[in-house]
Design a protein around this ligand. Structure first.
Ligand code: ADP
Ligand code: TRP
Length: 348
């Protein structure tokens, strides 16, 4: 991770300008362990290495949320989650996507250049169609809006989960297409002379897929999540509901095929994990005990953030202020990029 980031910083600005790190999360439900280990943990680490822009993808959330009160609540809750888990407004710019209207305008400019075939091949669209959901234009155009999110603020390094890799490729394709179409000096080999900067994905492989309580990928849509900020009782209930096989305490077990152990891997220290694995293999360790250990480690790792979040909840004005300041900063960059794009394509 270190080498890659240093390398990108070199490409981005030869030491003159900090690398722009950018990512977003949809406010479409409560934050879970998959979101943290697949996304937010990287956001927090990367804010030390460049100029980070993190946002609440509320326009994207409209493709699935149809409850205004819930969306309003989740937007604020996600801001609280980010801040409690360590996104630092002194280092990172935090904002709501819908507060930066330049993104939506760039979305259209990109849309006029987007081949239908590119969007028809997008996994997230194909998956939803396969689930029998009747498609709306917003869902189809989702990757174009995502490209606009990134390109509007010159995002260079984009930390995301594995499932977003294809969307990043589409964002790159659209940046190249725009530059090729509208910028006569664009050199695709050297990446110079264009108005849009080409983004790079940044994917953490080892925690790329966090399993849920039923062993499938942890996801809001499967109802198999462990919510980081759930009340104590609910957190315990989720952990106790993790599906295991019916081996007795005495029987030897394979740690690698156990959902509880897979989650312990994310939170237990390596020495302890090794000892747990040995006890699994030897027999004598029951799933109930493993779940209790997991619960204790979840508390150890997340209780400080859970406490910080409770404190922040008492000061919503401060959180709104962070979002307002963030939107102002993001708009300043997006307005510059949009002006350059409009000039390039003859709208100014
Ligand atoms: P959900 O599947 O619960 O709706 P989102 O699609 O909103 O989650 O994901 C938000 C971010 O969290 C994305 O960057 C995504 O890749 C990451 N993420 C979500 N679930 C997982 C998981 N189970 N393992 C790893 N990363 C995940
Ligand atoms: N589609 C992303 C997700 O579901 C969220 C997102 C929207 C995003 N716009 C983005 C992520 C731009 C990175 C960059 O997780």
């Amino acid at each position: 991770m270190r080498g890659r980031v240093a390398n990108m910083a070199g490409i981005a600005g030869a030491g003159k300008r900090a690398m722009r790190i950018l990512s977003g999360v949809q406010p479409s439900g409560k934050l879970h362990l998959g979101n943290y280990f697949g996304a937010i943990r990287q956001f927090v680490a990367l804010q030390e290495r460049g100029e980070a822009f993190y946002f609440i993808a509320d326009l994207h959330a409209l493709t699935s949320v149809r409850d205004a009160a819930a969306l309003r609540r989740w937007r604020l809750e996600l801001a609280l989650d980010f801040l409690a888990l360590g996104v630092d407004p002194a280092r990172a710019t935090l904002y709501c996507q819908s507060e930066v209207p330049e993104i939506s305008e760039l979305f259209w400019l990109l849309g006029t250049l987007t081949p239908m075939g590119l969007l028809e091949r997008a996994h997230s669209y194909k998956d939803k169609i396969a689930q029998g959901l009747s498609p709306e234009f917003g869902l189809f155009a989702y990757p174009v809006l995502m490209a606009a999110d990134i390109l509007a603020v010159r995002g260079e390094l984009v930390p995301v989960g594995k499932d977003q890799k294809q969307h990043l490729e589409i964002a790159r394709d659209l940046a190249v297409k725009f530059n090729q179409t509208w910028c006569p000096d664009f050199d695709p080999q050297r990446g110079t002379g264009g108005v849009l900067v080409l983004p790079e994905p940044h994917i953490l492989e080892d925690s790329a897929v966090v399993p849920g309580t039923d062993g499938r990928k942890m996801s809001k849509s499967y109802g198999n999540t462990i919510e980081i900020f759930a009340p104590d009782k609910q957190l315990k209930k989720s952990v106790m509901s993790i599906v295991t096989d019916s081996r007795t305490v005495e029987e030897p077990k394979d740690p690698e095929s156990c959902n509880v152990y897979q989650l312990l891997k994310l939170v237990a220290p390596p020495e302890e994990l090794e000892a747990i694995a040995q006890r699994y293999r030897r027999g004598g360790m029951g799933y109930g005990e493993a779940k209790q250990l997991l619960l204790a480690h979840l508390h150890r790792v997340f209780d400080p953030a859970r406490e910080r979040r409770r404190e922040l909840e008492q000061r919503p004005d401060e959180v709104l202020d962070v979002l307002r300041t963030g939107a102002r900063r993001a708009r300043a960059v997006a307005a510059e990029v949009l002006a350059a794009c409009k000039e390039a394509c003859g709208l100014a």
